[in-house]
Design a protein around this ligand. Structure first.
Ligand code: UFG
Length: 337
């Protein structure tokens, strides 16, 4: 059974990837500092998988602790999520973002190199593409960045490619995600921001539970069918399965790859709101607010390369994203604290 270290494995996408990797037959250990993760996630993953969950409570900035983790077990590969991810915050504390996301990655790769582990799946983002009016966005599109968060993801991709250029033993899968949504069908894990959410789906979820009074729709005068912003929402379980397929390719000795993980299908803010209303069975209040600075009208990916290289195709639809999100947030036992 191949052994995998999953950094950031207690987070939103990381925990779903833990479940998917385990289901696919991998033996997975989590490394997380729990800075933005709930302490009860490992227990919940035990309920889902029916087996004990091994957790290393370690920060990727602690190089000595990373070395100790790699000395404790022989890993066959690493899936790396551990990073900071709030775009707005990255503009306020850029050096912290660069330190965690870039220095953390370098620390991890040096520890891997020392331990002779050269398979790496990296959590990147569609935010590495330069703003464009050409959709769907293929992997060959021009790259660029409009936030420090995006810069750190772009730098992360380049750090990995520089290492692989110098040492042919490295095999990497760089996965550029579009907008993750939804939750595990067990309703035991899901997205749970500790603050007021920045992103659309967790915000709508909090309107549905009554924690927030109404959704602010950021602009309804974009050149889109209903005037609101269009994005490529992908079910978090599909996204998790994309990581399994990326890792499978590396385990089979196939080459490194850089792929989009999206659906190729765009939905507007109002499409999402209506779908969530169907899921929770009640109308959700909203008001039209000014456009949010830096937002694009439309942004969705070309998923063809991931299908051709990895056999990846998103299977779950918008209603499934909303139904599983609602099942997760509406269970009282899932509330923080
Ligand atoms: N939106 C609202 N109201 C809200 C929140 C969002 O109307 O309260 C709208 C936005 O204007 C946008 C859409 O909902 O049209 C989606 O916004 P999100 O913040 O959920 O997602 P973004 O596409 O802006 O951001 C995502 C990721 C980032 C990443 C970025 C670019 O969350 O990490 O894509 O790839 F950087």
């Amino acid at each position: 059974m191949a052994k995998i270290l999953l950094t950031g494995g207690a987070g939103y996408i990381g925990s779903h990837t833990y479940a998917a990797l385990t289901e696919a037959g991998y033996a997975v250990e989590i490394l997380d500092n729990f800075a933005n993760a709930r302490d009860d996630v490992p227990d919940r993953l035990e309920m889902i998988t029916g087996a004990p969950v091994k957790v290393h409570r370690v920060d990727v900035l602690d190089r000595a602790a990373l070395d100790a983790v790699f000395a404790s077990t022989t890993f066959d590969g690493v899936v790396h999520f551990a990073a900071k991810k709030a775009v707005g915050e990255s503009q306020k504390i850029p050096l912290d973002y660069i330190e965690t996301n870039c220095t953390g990655l370098v620390n991890l790769m040096k520890a891997m190199e020392k331990a002779g582990v050269f398979r790496l799946v990296f959590s990147s983002s569609a935010t590495v593409y330069a703003p464009t009016l050409d959709w769907p966005i293929p992997e060959e599109a021009a790259l660029g960045y409009a936030s420090t968060y995006a810069l750190t993801k772009l730098m992360g991709e380049q750090i990995i490619q520089a290492a692989a250029h110098a040492d042919a033993r490295w095999r990497f899968g760089i996965l550029r995600y579009f907008n993750p949504a939804g939750a595990h069908p067990s309703a035991l894990i899901g997205e749970d921001p500790s603050d007021i959410p920045n992103n659309l789906m967790p915000y709508i979820a909090k309107v549905a539970t009554g924690e927030l009074p109404e959704l602010n729709v950021f602009g309804n005068d974009y050149p889109t069918p209903d005037g609101t912003g269009v994005r490529d929402y992908i079910h978090v379980v599909d996204l998790a399965e994309g990581h399994v397929q990326s890792l499978n390719a590396l385990m089979k000795g196939e080459g490194s790859h850089i792929v989009n993980l999206g659906t190729g299908q765009g939905y507007s803010v109002l499409d999402m709101l209506k779908a969530y209303e169907r899921a929770c069975g009640k109308p959700l209040p909203y008001r039209v607010a000014p456009r949010r600075e830096g937002d694009l009208a439309c942004y969705y990916g070309d998923p063809a390369k991931a299908e051709a290289l990895l056999g990846f195709r998103a299977k779950r639809d918008l209603d499934d994203m909303c139904a599983t999100s609602w099942a997760w947030v509406s269970r009282a036992s899932n509330m923080r604290g």
